[in-house]
Write a protein that binds this ligand. Sequence first.
Ligand code: CO
Length: 210
Amino acid sequence: MQVYEKLLLKNKAWAQETIQDDPNFFKNLSEVQTPEFLWIGCSDSRVPANQITGTIPGELFVHRNIANMVVHTDLNLLSVLEYAVVYLKVKHIIVCGHYGCGGVKAAMNTHSYGIINKWLRNIKDVYRFHRQELDAIEDKDARTNRLIELNVREQVMNLAKTSIIQRAWKEEQRPHLHGWVYGLDNGLIHPVFEMEAETHIDSLYEFDNL
Ligand code: CO
């Protein structure tokens, strides 16, 4: 058997088990999706959104990329965000990073990785904003993990700066934004930053003609 065929077999077994537990599970889900959460996480294979939050299909709308970034020129992220906020009307958006993130580690060195440099540059900017604090941390892993926390915080800020979020805050007082970091070594999520709907950020980012 080819390795990929194992995935198809496992899928069959999972579908059967799920139907045994709840015969209408797939029928109900196929008709409508009403997730309350948008999850923006890292592509890392060790951070599966549903599994680590004990959620089932239908509960999380998910976007994942290298180092859980919110980049304003990323049409993919913006489309997911608009769909989640305007049409699915999610109440919460979670940006979830993880300690030991390879993307963040790569951004901290001076090696050129090709086209990924352009993505990692966004993380390098976060380092530059907090260079004083980060340079003062002697332990390399501790410094990386602090940047991972600061990066999550910055990506939550990037969400808040979008007209999509600003409009939803003004008109519907949602969604609330959450910055979390997952521990690969203990499986626990550590909340690092919260931003309630309608939080005032720097007034330069607050549009007056929404
Ligand atoms: Co990662």
